[in-house]
Design a protein around this ligand. Structure first.
Ligand code: FAD
Ligand code: NAP
Length: 331
């Protein structure tokens, strides 16, 4: 019995894994190309923007709530004819077409092409107070939230390139920016370090970690710092705390099947969303550690759907061969 003939199997020409801006955009494009895509929503329907408040850099919306924007995208996707499924993919087999993805309820999704749009998530410090003030003073994205800190005092945690770039970006708005690092040397490259040290608005706080985020009903007011050498506790008044200690792409599912960099981001051909497996495309934060924006993710979702369409047009895949009409159309 072939993969597509087994019971409890849903076959599609395009299977989209993920329902953030990348997955939804891939869905709209694939549906409009008459590819009848199936989109599996995963653990966070709507993706990362569902956990934020104001989004002010999505074209066409001066300001929109993240959950509202994603609900509108979800509605558009459904209206376009995408088969949106509330499931979580727990296993994939990309060794041969048709590819196989297995849902946590046992559904087997076979597909001629796959768009991987499983996103990424920021690493957090793991403090209860950090979680409590997320969205009201604690953020992991200066590009997204820096604008709200005009003439205010911010702190960034971390010592890598991201932390330094977040601190530099925040100086466009904030009156003062502290960069809190747990050691006395930065991991960031020399160019970024030089820019950091040349910026009069930034002050380094070495050998310190955030022990607690302090605040009131209006949001964050300070952070309690622990000296990593002697454990001494001090307080630093700030209005915003930006955590920049790294991100984790949601790629565990694809380990050993798709080529990744050493941080687990899926590698794609430059200028394309093509992965190391022909017919499998990756879009959004799952392959992009540089921009991490809704609009760039959506752009990559568009690219992935167009590339899947072209791939199908040039390949007589299993499902297309079984369907005479499509085979004639596409060959
Ligand atoms: P995500 O949005 O991360 O979506 C990933 C999707 O994959 C989810 O739907 C999830 O359910 C699904 N998934 C994961 N694993 C599986 C699985 N095993 N099976 C099936 N599905 C799976 N960007 C901006 O441009 N402007 C902003 O103002 C802004 N603010 C932000 C505020 C916050 C708090 C955060 C966290 C991010 C913000 N961003 C902002 C960044 C933006 O949200 C991301 O760049 C964007 O959402 C990435 O889109 P994506 O589609 O690649 O992935
Ligand atoms: P990173 O390089 O892994 O740096 C993470 C930083 O966070 C480190 O300084 C680390 O401290 C600190 N950290 C980790 N866990 C912590 C915790 N629990 N508490 C306090 N501090 C903690 O991550 P990144 O900066 O996000 O960069 C990821 C990758 O993207 C890197 O390869 C980076 O070079 C690259 N990148 C490049 C650019 C660029 O080229 N312009 C821009 C952004 C990112 P320690 O140093 O003590 O481990």
């Amino acid at each position: 019995m072939s993969k597509t003939e087994e019971p409890n199997v849903r076959h599609s020409k395009v299977l989209i894994i993920g329902s953030g801006p990348a997955g939804y955009t891939a869905g709209v494009y694939a549906a409009r190309a008459a590819l009848s895509p199936v989109l599996v929503e995963g653990p966070q329907p709507g993706g990362q923007l569902t956990i934020t408040t104001d989004v002010e850099n999505w074209p066409g919306d001066e300001s929109v709530l993240g959950p509202e924007l994603m609900a509108r995208m979800g509605e558009q996707v459904r209206k376009a004819g995408v088969d949106v499924v509330g499931d979580l993919i727990v296993e994939v087999d990309l060794t041969a077409a048709p590819f196989l993805a297995i849902g946590d309820g046992g559904t087997r999704y076979t597909a001629d092409t796959i768009v991987v749009a499983t996103g990424a998530s920021a690493r957090w410090l793991g403090l209860e107070s950090e979680t409590a003030y997320r969205g009201s003073g604690v953020s992991a994205c200066a590009t997204c939230d820096g604008f709200f800190y005009r003439n205010r005092i911010c702190a960034v945690v971390g010592g890598g390139n991201t932390a330094v770039e977040e601190a530099l970006y925040l100086t466009n708005f904030a009156e003062k920016v502290y960069l809190i690092h747990r050691r006395d040397t930065l991991r960031a490259d020399r160019t970024n370090q030089a820019r950091l040290h040349a910026n009069p608005k930034i002050e380094m706080i070495w050998n310190a970690e955030v022990a607690e985020v302090l605040g009131d009903t209006g949001g964050v007011t300070a952070v309690a710092l622990r000296d990593t050498r002697d454990g001494a506790i001090s307080q630093l008044p700030v209005h915003g705390l930006f955590v920049a200690i790294g991100h984790d792409p949601a790629t565990a599912l694809f380990k050993g099947q798709l080529h990744m960099d050493d941080e687990g981001y899926i590698l794609v051909t430059p200028g394309s969303t093509a992965t190391s497996v022909p017919g499998v495309f990756a879009a959004g934060d799952v392959q992009d550690k540089l921009f991490r924006q809704a609009v760039t993710s959506a752009g990559m979702g568009c690219m992935a759907a167009l590339e899947a369409e072209r791939y199908l047009a040039g390949h007589n895949t299993h499902a297309i061969a079984a369907d005479g009409a499509d085979a004639n159309l596409l060959n």
